[in-house]
Design a protein around this ligand. Sequence first.
Ligand code: EPS
Length: 377
Amino acid sequence: MLVFSTAGESHGRGVFAFLDGIPAGLKVDHAAIDADLARRQKGYGRGERMAIEHDVVDVLSGIRGGCTLGSPVLLAVWNRDSENWKTFMDPWEIMPGRELRTPRPGHADLAGAARFHHRDLRNVLERSSARETAGRVAAGGVLRSFLTALGIEACSWVTKIGPVECEAMFDRDLRDGSGVFCPDHDATRDMEKAVDDARSRGDTLGGEFVVVLRGLPAGIGSYTQWDKRLDALFASHLMSIPGIKAVQIGKGVGCAGLPGSLVHDPIVPTHPLGRTSNNAGGMEGGVSNGEPLEIRCSMKPIPTLKKGLPSVDLGDGSPVQAAYERSDVCAVPAASVVGEAMAVIALSAAILDSFCQPSMEALLPAFEAHRRYWESL
Ligand code: EPS
């Protein structure tokens, strides 16, 4: 069973990811992890923090000579900005009189303070910050090597920023050449303009992105128990990304208003068995059906607004505007990279659940035997 968790505060020493249950002997692509981390930092609409950080993975345990050992993997992404926050973040002594008392609507500030009885909202925002997602991308980077070894490829792209939508087909070069990770020149220009307009108004924007996983045989996941259904696994992993308010599998909410004859994907006698459409997003009964897995996520606008939002000073109960230091105007492109990482983690967990082996040497033949079975149907 795959265990995955993260630790770290936004302005503390670093962000950390812990992975246990990866088979021994997996060759890990170091450069690919750093490429993912660099991609997460980019995207038109990011704020000043990304100019300070230079995120790279530091492996603290579990990988030797480029291969997993079968022991727990601990990853660090150090925060360069922590140097500037020492007096706020010291574990033993912090400067008094600098407590944050005004919760920002849309952030975890108020609800998180209620959860842990914090008086200083910094105790909430340091961990609830999306800086934590650097750890997820580092972990996803390691597991991307696992999926690659099994012939599975993951990609993501942005389909909407604010009012600008684009349903262009995925093209890696076009996406990588786009400031907003959208594989279309005209839509990129319009999305960047929408971000500029929001910035000039002191406002923020949300949007949508799609994650696709290709190369997976049918038969991964299970209908036998609620928490083994692939749809549920992807929904929880993707929904856990800060700012994500909706996750759709395949045609998603679009299925609700259509008759069954226009929703369910006809099976055709190809080898392997194929479909004439993929409204199910590659999952039926909580199990992969051989088609690409397709997940679409909707992200709300960043809640830290330059123009501020009405709030209350928790010290004296007076109405005030929420404070602003710095923030992103739009983080949808970055979230698409995190979404890709979380989808990789979810699928790796499902595969390891079905093909639990201590080494890649044992796992690969078992997985390939299953793929041959599916292709023989
Ligand atoms: C982020 C780092 C943060 C924010 C952003 C994500 O840095 P700071 O708070 O120091 O400016 O830029 O956080 C949010 C958008 C959020 O809502 O928490 C990062 O590394 O991605």
